[in-house]
Design a protein around this ligand. Structure first.
Ligand SMILES: [Zn+2]
Length: 120
């Protein structure tokens, strides 16, 4: 399984749980009417919870270990950072962008102080 696949699956689980929560919010007035559904959702929740609990130790040892999840630019942990904000496990997206900006500024500064090297 690829990381992308696993993330997609977890997102589906998230979405499904949210839908069940929405459903339970809607039926709070008719609890007796939907008793079977509530029981079934309760069983699903038990199963999901016990499975999650069984694997919760994984969170403490991701690939390479938490100590390796450190940004090479700012030296801060990337462990708690969402994947959307990482270039890779050892580089924040923000840090990568910042460096790109600094390189651009550096190039501009260089052109100002040393215009002789500009193509003409
Ligand atoms: Zn960083």
């Amino acid at each position: 399984m690829t990381l992308k696949d696993v993330r997609a699956k977890l997102n589906v689980i998230n979405k499904t749980v949210e839908e069940h929560l929405d459903f339970l919010l809607e039926i709070r007035q008719d609890e007796q009417l939907y008793k079977d559904d509530i029981d079934e959702i309760g069983e699903m929740a038990d199963d999901v919870l016990s499975t999650l609990t069984k694997h919760s130790d994984l969170l403490r040892s991701p690939a390479g270990g938490e100590k390796d999840w450190v940004c090479e630019k700012c030296g801060k942990s990337t462990f708690e950072t969402d994947y959307d904000y990482l270039v890779h496990p050892t580089l924040h997206l923000g840090c990568a962008l910042k460096e790109e900006e600094q390189m651009e500024n550096f190039a501009q500064e260089l052109q100002k102080t040393d215009p002789g090297h500009q193509p003409c």
